[in-house]
Write a protein of this length. Sequence first.
Length: 488
Amino acid sequence: MSRYTLSLCRKLLLWSMVSFSGLLTLTSDAQTSTNRPPAPRRPNIILILADDLGYGDLGCYGQTQIKTPNIDKLAEDGMKFTSFYAGSTVCAPSRATLMTGKNTGHVNIRGNADLSLNGEELTIAKILKLAGYATGCIGKWGLGNEGSPGLPGRQGFDEYLGYLDQVQAHDYYPTHLFRSDSKGEESKIALTENDADHKGLYSNDFFTQSALNYLRINKPSKLNKHRSFFLYLPYTLPHANNELGNRTGNGMEVPSTEPYTNEQWPQVEKNKAAMITRLDHYVGEIMDYLKKSKLDENTVVIFASDNGPHKEGGVNPKYFNSAGGLRGIKRDLYEGGIRVPFIVRWPARVKAGSISDAPLAFWDFLPTAAEIARTSSPTNIDGISFLPTLLGKAQTNRHQYLYWEFHEQGFDQAVRMGDWKAVRHGINGPIELYNLKTDVSEKDNVADKNPEVMAKIADYLKKARTDDPRWPAKTVAEIKEDQETKVK
């Protein structure tokens, strides 16, 4: 057995001991707290999140060169959404909306800043934990660093392993990762395989093995007959290692370019394709285990991406048509920056091969997951449950509009209202208007031709947000002044 395998086994054994201890304590408490038989086991929920994967990067969304058979099978077995939106156009705010059910006009993290979720925030992990679920997160967190109230253990996760900091998450061969246990204790795991610039342990490989271990621990057993689990699995693929990209011109860090080694593509594009197919392989491993363990029938598996494709690390998002013909990429509020793949598989409940074009967004995950778990969700959120859509029933509760704001390039806003999509740069800037039904690529600005629609959009842009001094609504002049200052 290799040094790598031994070291990985030791780390996974540590994870197992901590998790099993928490499970044993909780099961024992449950047995002594009541003589009534427990309720039937609720559905397990697994949320797999890609990082910077574009709307057009998967075979089931039109990709023809990059192989993604396992994710395509998810879509074949479940429901594919064609008008689903990320919470933002960059990592942290998008994940914040996913966890809180609030859009970027209301959540406290509206950009990739060193901020954390508030301690009083009622996240989906807290909600499911209160409902009796085991809650685990493995991968990139990005919503609170050491000592902050946003740490995963303080936001409802019994178990956590991964990157806390987004910048550290650029490194696919880190020397350490963070973990927390069911007691809320935080610590670091040393990855000695990567000491002295060695590349012995690829972080996302480790995340997958840890996830499989988590599933083994939490599957039904004599000790755990009725407790369901929620596993949040935010991978970092295919995000670039920005620092490596700046040094070498290729920041798409991956152990092997198979199965694309012999393709006549630029090296950086081979790496990107290999990262996506590697991610697909991880999904296959998860699904294989669920089926082998007879967990898949009672497990809702969701796959999504946190925002549109990037142009970092030397890649060209046009090379593989990663935005799927949509305008814009990561950091844009046009469709290519925020419309993302979203797939839900739930055997015998979600019709295989079904497709929904309902306009929905990340903040809808929280109330939907809560309803799946047969528990309630907060009233002060922007999300709605789309469980009726999943079950093939009439969706009577619909959004009047969806709203985004983004501050990294000054102050950008976007609204989707039915088939209409509006974008504005600067709080007093002109509003662009597009009809997505006839112009999904947002090429034809029809603002001047639709005054009634524009009046509604202007009202929504105003009332959809709460002021926050950390996230000011800047004018066009203020944005220009900031840009000129940066140049100087």
